[in-house]
Design a protein around this ligand. Sequence first.
Ligand code: PNS
Length: 161
Amino acid sequence: MAIAVYPGSFDPVTLGHLDLIQRACRMFDRVIVAVSNNPSKKHVFSVDERIEMLENATHGLPVAEVDTFSGLLVDYLKMKKATIVIRGMRVVSDLDYEFQMASMNRRLYSKVETVFLMPDDQYTYLASSMVREVARMGSPLEAFVPPFVAKKLRLKFKIKR
Ligand code: PNS
């Protein structure tokens, strides 16, 4: 059974993340979307809120499940008996950070394989940070996030519409 873990902040989940989750679900038997719980990082949404949005977004995907992890990703992988890490590769500028992270993870746990997936072209520019920025300004969000997440963002930033 091939178990893949897709770790990230997901603050919040975007249509780009969802595109990758769908791709991963077609490739692996089990896809665990793992929300990082790192108290030293500032997030707009709490871990519970991020999990709720992901659970809502992945509702129709039986292969996907949502979980959270703290500490080292490799320790979480060992606990889940997983060796595959999914990460998105949108643009060349992602490569530096992703390469470092994949190398470090493999150094810490030699069985780890990081699989990079490319989202659909329409999501190449999409990032949670940009979605948060756009949401703060009160712009429509439906092209970037699932409707449930758009609602949560409007509530968070007290946008009336
Ligand atoms: O969505 P993000 O913020 O790019 O995700 C980064 C994340 C959570 C995958 C990464 O920071 C992570 O794996 N953190 C856990 C701590 C860890 O294992 N660090 C060593 C590898 S860099």
